[in-house]
Design a protein around this ligand. Sequence first.
Ligand code: DX5
Ligand code: ZN
Length: 230
Amino acid sequence: MSQHRPLIIAPSILASDFSKLGEEVRAVDQAGADWIHMDVMDGHFVPNISYGPDVIKAMRPHTSKIFDTHLMIAPCDPYLEAFAKAGSDHIIVHVEAGPHLHRSLQAIRALGKKAGVSLNPATPVSSIENVVDLLDLVLVMSVNPGFGGQAFIPVAVEKVRQVRALTAGRPIDVEVDGGVTPQTVGAIAAAGANAFVAGSAVFKGGTLEAYKTNIAAIRHAAAAARGELA
Ligand code: DX5
Ligand code: ZN
């Protein structure tokens, strides 16, 4: 069950002020982030372009927290080494990034990084049944990838339940990405997710104090749903 995996809040730097990335990374670190989520978009796999390995490398000296790198790029294999060298701790690829998911996950592990797979809202959980042995993390998308600030798609709740059942007894984090707020996090935490990406809900307000309040509100709602509040 989710209670066996630690509760993780992973602010997505996509929603930060790109003119001061180092400062923003330090601010969410101080504000209580557990991981920092890096959204990489190629304008091909998703209809938006964000940033690449050199930008991640530039952020790396600003925190010692885990870099949770979410690759929304296809093909992904030619770039895995660059994202590993840039300082990613986790590398997450999409089922459809192809052409061979099993090979991509093997390559991430061979680079010494934790391997994750992401499921789009229309991607069934059955698509990862044959690669469970290679997984450290499953990222369930609760929006269509490409943009921050979208509304949470409730199909993610049942999908989280299915992923948690598929990965039961294994040291695999179940993470949810998209539209996560103090209002939506409870249902996915109760369904078994333990890691929560949040962009807009963390960075709204634009100050260290706001980030602290925002992260604490998400953490509190998730902990309540996990039955962890005294
Ligand atoms: C969407 C990205 C998300 C996004 C989340 O493609 O994968 O990580 O930044 O942003 P919010 O929390 O604003 O939905
Ligand atoms: Zn993401």
